[in-house]
Design a protein around this ligand. Sequence first.
Ligand SMILES: [Zn+2]
Length: 326
Amino acid sequence: MVSKKRLMATLATSVALAGAGYVTVNQVVPQVSIQQTVKASAINDYIAANNIKPVSIQNEEGTFSQWFGYANGVGKPIGIVIHETATPGASARNEVTYFNREWQNAQTYVHAFVDANEIINIHNTDYGVWGAGHTANNNYVQVELCEVNTTDEFARSVSNDAYYVASKLIQYNLPFTPGVTVVSHDDISKMYGETNHNDPVGYFANWGYSMSQFDELVGQYYNNLKNSGSVDGDGSSTNGGGDDTNNNTGNSDVVGVTQVNNPNGSYVPIYMFNEDTGLPEKQTVRALANNTPWAVAETKTFDGHVYYRVSVKEWVMDTYSQYSAF
Ligand SMILES: [Zn+2]
């Protein structure tokens, strides 16, 4: 966030099905004993399982009239700062309107705003902005992630945010180095001590997400864009694979939803099918929270049980499922 003082809503990490045909998933809940070692991201899994692609970057000229180059020169940022607006209900377009109108009063401006549907760049990233204190402003591209209300929207918004970051790293011939070329406002506060904001850490945490998980996504997009020009790594597109006809079509790969519960335990086991034997194997590292709804991408029957696929390779058994096909 920049300098606006607005109340930050506490979002539940446990989200029921949202409206408008979207399906939301819940966080994977690890067993308590190994909680600290679990790094995998249900959000990144959801992005992959649902084939979510970033949208294209829209470039438009904002009203910020303070043109200054970076410390190393015009067109020479050293990295990108990740912010989060802390403004529930405000879309990227809402924020663009607000900051174009109010930056002189608020004394803040950033390069871009990102939400689930749009990436809007409003100031040439060859020049600095006012988002995170003197040193950061003179060295980094700065992007604000907008708050959203469903897991599906959050997944889409971080996909868009990661794409923007990866694209800017490549545009300025910067390496992908988490904590150096990709930094949170929280990192900036600790590095330079000129601001005390810690976004987007708290907002990410509301969705069970972290900067390191976000970095995983940025790294994936960065490598694929570098190698093939596409976030998929298949060379199919030069704009991140997103186009306006695909961005808002929802979850075309989702076939239904399952409400999971294990009346005899505190969590619902996940199964993965062994690639050699084909046998389902109960996972010991991750599980699903009881009484949570999950988007299902595929169903299959094995040994008298139906299994529902809830992420790239993770399945839940009919014993614990109440499944509804779309
Ligand atoms: Zn910030």
